[in-house]
Design a protein around this ligand. Sequence first.
Ligand code: CP
Ligand code: NVA
Length: 297
Amino acid sequence: MTRHLLEIDDLAPADLIEILDRAEEPAPPPALAGEGMALLFEKPSARTRNSMEMAVVQLGGHPVTIRPDEVGLDQRESTEDVARTLGCYHAMIGARVFEHSKIERLAANAGVPVVNMLSDDGHPLQALADLLTIRQVFGELEGRTVAYIGDANNVARSLGLGCGLAGLEFRVASPAGYRFDAGDIDRLRAVGVEPQVSDHPMDAARGADVIYADVWTSMGQEDERPSRLDAFAGYTVDDEMMGATAPGGVFLHCLPAHPGEEVTRGVLDGSTSRIWQQAENRMHAARGALWWLLDQP
Ligand code: CP
Ligand code: NVA
């Protein structure tokens, strides 16, 4: 059966650790030699497009990036037929979509592994890079504590699931209306994480090893920006919040950031920030994940 990476809990805990180990392998084999990977984007991207293209190149393959207007998922052609078409030419397909169901439809019809490069529901490649960064910073994953401050969105969902799989404690502080729903909490529990949910960011931050922030307004939610700015008032990660972490606590952000909203410029550029190591790790984690997927029976 073709394996896909649609959400991080498609992986068993041992798979996840193997991907992180492969991400740190300095000389990966040319697992994609002579083959292509289609990278399909319905939304903009800087890190994901570039890290995925370079990961494919580093595995000896050829990336073909496709902008939204070029194939027109469900507009020029059905998502199913796009999947079948790209599966004729490529060894793998990556997709960044709005509705998560589109990536499931691609996976059901492509005949080759499909990788979620961000949907409205999840961002598993980001979570792999986040865990790789945490492991590099602390030398271990198990027992460390991540506090996510802000919108319980795609990035938060994948991060929480990844923390569960890798044995980290996961806390989340979000205002009413922007929290995980009961289905999310069940899914987090299924991977062994009992999320500590709070509406007090300082409570979540106290004693944590990692403070994590993402934008308050995700791609596709731009019309909601004024109400979101109101709802998230008080959730800005600042020096005071970073001062409440455990000794050696660090700040992570998937980027792009909106300085002055979810985090201050001072924290983004400050001594506890590991955001550029994290951004670089997008490429290493992607390479590890693609190589691992190609090796699955
Ligand atoms: N973190 C991330 O996915 O960034 P891009 O949207 O720039 O790809
Ligand atoms: N939550 C953000 C992440 C961007 C990488 C979004 O979906 O826009």
